[in-house]
Design a protein around this ligand. Structure first.
Ligand SMILES: Nc1ncnc2c1ncn2[C@@H]1O[C@H](COP(=O)(O)OP(=O)(O)OP(=O)(O)O)[C@@H](O)[C@H]1O
Ligand SMILES: [Mg+2]
Length: 263
């Protein structure tokens, strides 16, 4: 086994294969430029996210937050510059393999045609008790108790329909079963009411402790406890720091906060 691993590392270093031998959760953007056709989104964007930290991206609509996370998950490629995940150059990674290390939840939160159980985890060996515990963490206990066949109730287009906030909570329930080191949440709680969101985020963050987390949220209270916040404007980082630090010293962040308070 040791010899096999050693051989993989040699092949990897020689850039003959592009699998991930190990991955740490730090994410580094170095001088990244990106345009959608004619529309320039970033020029020379650089930042570094430390492994195991929780980071939030905030900024006005259209400032490029989702475009950045789509680059991190390999959906969009930079025009120039470099993105590294751990020691790995993202452009050289085998994405199928990479997806074992990164999870991405967007606000769309699709529900598949299938049972509640299948929508949370495919592995049939997971005990019901564990699934029910996760439903509690995402505030879906009451929803679950009202289902005619419990975990085996069909949901989705051909079954019980879920509201926007319930769909998002179901999507977050999946995160509790994933073992990925990097977790990205792009407006993943936007349809929930404040009280539900606060409780679900508290449970999720406690579960995700020591993982690298990127949260994008318009509701700034969602990201209050992030280790570091990046404020984006027109594809540029115009502020970075703690919630308190930004509120005290960054005018743009202060304006965002005041606008959102009025929502
Ligand atoms: N596929 C695309 N083709 C062309 N332009 C795009 C595409 N996707 C996004 N854009 C544009 O790129 C800019 C950045 O979009 P992005 O979705 O990254 O913003 P955002 O900060 O996530 O905004 P929001 O807070 O509304 O989600 C916007 O002006 C948007 O219109
Ligand atoms: Mg977005």
């Amino acid at each position: 086994m040791i010899a096999y691993n050693f051989m993989l590392i040699i092949l990897y270093k020689m850039e003959i294969i592009s699998i991930i031998i190990f991955i740490e959760g730090n994410i580094n953007f170095k001088n990244v430029c990106f345009s959608y056709d004619e529309k320039n989104i970033f020029n020379d964007l650089s930042f570094d996210i430390t492994s195991g930290s929780s980071v939030a991206f905030v900024g006005e609509s259209g400032s490029g937050k989702s475009t950045i996370v789509k680059q991190i998950i390999g959906l969009l490629k930079p025009d120039s510059g470099k993105i590294c995940i751990g020691e790995n150059d993202l452009s050289k990674l085998n994405l199928n393999n990479f997806y074992n290390y990164i999870s991405y939840t967007s606000q769309e939160s699709p529900v598949f045609d299938g049972t509640l159980r299948e929508n949370m985890i495919f592995d049939k060996s997971i005990p019901d008790q564990k699934i029910i515990e996760v439903l509690k963490q995402v505030e879906l206990t009451e929803f679950y108790y009202n289902l005619p066949k419990g975990l085996d109730t069909e949901v989705g287009e051909r079954g019980i329909k879920l509201s926007g906030g319930e769909r998002q909570r179901l999507a977050l329930a999946r995160v509790f079963f994933q073992k990925t080191q990097i977790v990205i949440l792009d407006e993943a709680t936007s349809a929930m009411d404040n009280v539900t969101e606060e409780s679900v985020m508290k449970n999720l963050m406690s579960f995700l402790k020591n993982k690298t987390i990127i949260t994008i949220a318009h509701r700034l209270s969602t990201i209050k406890n992030a280790d570091k916040i990046y404020a984006f404007k027109h594809g540029k980082i115009v502020g970075e720091g703690s919630f308190k630090g930004l509120l005290e010293h960054n005018q743009y962040f202060g304006e965002l906060w005041n606008d959102r308070m009025e929502d």
